[in-house]
Design a protein around this ligand. Structure first.
Ligand code: F6P
Length: 341
């Protein structure tokens, strides 16, 4: 059996650990050979390949990014895309595919499976917002990077008696903000799931200053104020056609300064959260996903993806990961509110 492997969507620490585990188990235990596809679905679409064998996966555990490259190419958005993929898989002698990706990549995998392609999925995203699995790898690394940033910002905020705002990733879900904000002792955590009241945020800022502390506010990039989207210019497209969310961090700094008279600064962590070496926990989870994905191929569990349920790795239908986003539960958010202000 020849197994193709691809990584699609935004990259994420731990992708290489999955690739390594799949190959390190698949070659000796099942006698499989592997073919890497470059840049997500663009690989099978344009027959862009990379050799994948045991020497090729040496030294990958601490390496961030993906040795296969990634893209957000969607073959269903291109005329004849699916037929091209089928033809290329056949010409290259690829019998099965392991697709490692988030909502979009696994959405394509789901449809290809329904059309008879042998696909197994592995979920990934730093946002941790995929349904079907308790956690995705990449999330722990992002949370640790954000937490370290918050720790560092506390000291400079204190020195200058400023409010410091940390904008973290998360367009639709506030998992990174919630976890790093709790771990870093934030005085407010603002997430996309719950619209915030800017007056309330300013009250928290003021009460913190009254105790002679400098407040730290952690905000997800997708968080929105109660009084409307227009302040964020949500929906504007940049030169590449990506919808901009506008700078929520900048908005907060502006409003806090205007309403409280206190100085405020914003740090946007951006892609730092996605780059570099994965944490031990992410390497462990990614490795386990890889081992179970190659077992799923061996067992012919097409249309399934690996998932962490409690401490067990299970297989769930790919469609479960893509049907709806996993958002922060208001009850969980309420636990963090104890520390606000
Ligand atoms: O989905 C992962 C993610 O990092 C989001 O948190 C973020 O909004 C988005 O990708 C950024 O995408 P890009 O790298 O394409 O700008």
């Amino acid at each position: 059996m020849r197994v193709g492997v691809l990584t699609g969507g935004g990259d994420c620490p731990g992708l290489n650990a999955v690739i390594r585990a799949v190959v390190r188990k698949g070659v000796p235990e099942y006698g499989y050979s592997f073919l890497g596809f470059r840049d997500g679905w663009r690989g099978p679409l344009e027959a862009l390949t990379k050799p994948l064998d045991i020497p090729a996966v040496r030294g990958l555990l601490p390496r961030g990014g993906t040795i296969l490259g990634s893209s957000r190419t969607n073959p269903f958005a291109l005329e004849g895309g699916v037929e091209k993929i089928r033809r290329n898989l056949q010409n290259l002698g690829v019998d099965a595919l392991i697709a490692i990706g988030g909502e979009d990549t696994l959405g394509v995998a789901t449809k290809l499976h329904e059309m008879g392609v042998n696909v197994v999925g592995v979920p990934k995203t730093i946002d941790n917002d995929l349904s079907g699995t308790d956690y995705t790898f990449g999330f722990d690394t992002a949370v640790n990077i954000a937490t370290e940033a918050i720790d560092r910002l506390h000291t400079t905020a204190e020195s200058h008696h400023r409010a410091l705002i940390v904008e973290v990733m998360g367009r639709h879900a506030g998992w990174i903000a919630l976890h790093s904000g709790m771990a870093g002792g934030a005085n407010a955590i603002l997430i996309p799931e719950i619209r915030f009241d800017i007056e309330q945020v300013c009250k928290w800022v003021e009460s913190r200053f009254q105790l002679d502390y400098a407040p730290i506010i952690v905000v997800s990039e997708g968080a929105k104020p109660k009084d409307g989207d227009e302040v964020l210019r949500t929906g504007e497209k940049d030169a590449f056609g990506h919808v901009r969310l506008g700078g929520i961090g900048d908005y907060l700094a502006r409003e806090i300064e205007a309403r409280t008279g206190k100085e405020a600064r914003t740090t946007v962590l951006g892609h730092v959260q996605r780059g570099g070496t994965p944490t031990a926990r992410d390497r462990w989870l990614a490795t386990r996903f890889g081992l179970h994905a190659i077992d799923a191929v061996h067992d012919g569990k097409w249309g399934m993806m690996t998932a962490l349920r409690g401490t067990e790795i299970e297989l769930v239908p790919l469609s479960e990961a893509t049907k709806e986003l996993k958002l922060v539960d208001p009850a969980l958010y309420a636990e963090a509110e104890v520390f606000f202000g």
